[in-house]
Design a binder for this molecule. Structure first.
Ligand SMILES: Nc1ncnc2c1ncn2[C@@H]1O[C@H](COP(=O)(O)OP(=O)(O)OP(=O)(O)O)[C@@H](O)[C@H]1O
Ligand SMILES: [Mg+2]
Length: 224
């Protein structure tokens, strides 16, 4: 729902905290930009599909909805207003849960979501508001936070940027690394949440995946 200014207003009603999720498995991947979460999520989806499991691999902000596309547009425009982004991401998440993720979980699927509430905590919210915010939504079974230094993350991000562009953007890159350093600290402060596992993602992708699958199997053993 959009108000006159075109901002999306968070509906105060409706919480998905108590949603029944039946026998599905809900896994979230998180971490700073370039930490390797998308790569690990893809490897995990493949791992389950090989085991003939039904997987929903999804992403936040959503990519197929009108609201998701609107968010993408605002981000591309460089919007940096925390209150506006908080409203947008929150509404997108509520709809994503209600329309896609909860139905999939109820059908026994494994839902792998690339970014979730923890990104909102890290990017938009002060620590005092973290607890009440994550409890507004269904807590995942596992939130895997990929941890890598801001320097290594920048190296990974930059490897896809052309040489000229890199020189041109030197200052922007410096600012970005500083920003990632702050974000990394915030993600590490989430280790107290029971569903969070911090995974060192500095080794090569296969090594990191060994840890990913180990955490997932440990969880499945304890709860199957
Ligand atoms: N463990 C790793 N070692 C070296 N390179 C990696 C590793 N994991 C991922 N990469 C590479 O780093 C880049 C960023 O990885 P990826 O897209 O998975 O990160 P991300 O956390 O999803 O980033 P974003 O937040 O920007 O979406 C990719 O080119 C990827 O192939
Ligand atoms: Mg990604």
């Amino acid at each position: 729902m959009a108000d006159k200014k075109g901002l999306f207003i968070v509906k105060k009603t409706g919480s998905f905290r108590h949603a029944e999720k039946s026998n599905g498995l809900f896994i979230v991947v998180e971490g700073i930009d370039g930490s390797g979460k998308t790569l690990q999520a893809k490897m995990l989806a493949e791992y389950f599909r090989k085991k003939k499991k039904d997987v929903l691999f999804t992403h936040e902000p959503t990519r197929t909805t009108k609201l998701g596309r609107y968010i993408e547009k605002r981000i591309r425009k460089g919007v940096d207003n925390k209150a506006e982004l908080l409203d947008l991401y929150t509404q997108d998440r509520e709809a994503h849960l209600k329309d896609e993720m909860i139905p999939a979980l109820k059908n026994g699927k494994i839902v792998i979501c690339d970014r979730y509430s923890y990104s909102t905590l890290a990017y938009q919210l002060p620590k005092e508001e973290w607890n009440s915010y994550i409890n507004r939504f269904l807590r995942p079974d596992l939130a895997l936070i990929y941890d890598v230094s801001s320097k290594e993350a920048m190296k990974r991000i930059n490897s896809s940027i052309k040489q000229n562009e890199r020189r041109f953007k030197k200052k922007a890159i410096f600012e970005k690394e500083k920003f990632l350093r702050v974000l990394r600290k915030k993600y590490l402060m989430m280790k107290g949440f029971k569903e969070v596992r911090i995974i060192d993602s500095s080794p090569n992708p296969e090594k990191v995946f060994e840890k990913t699958s180990k955490e997932v199997e440990k969880f499945r053993r304890n709860f199957s």
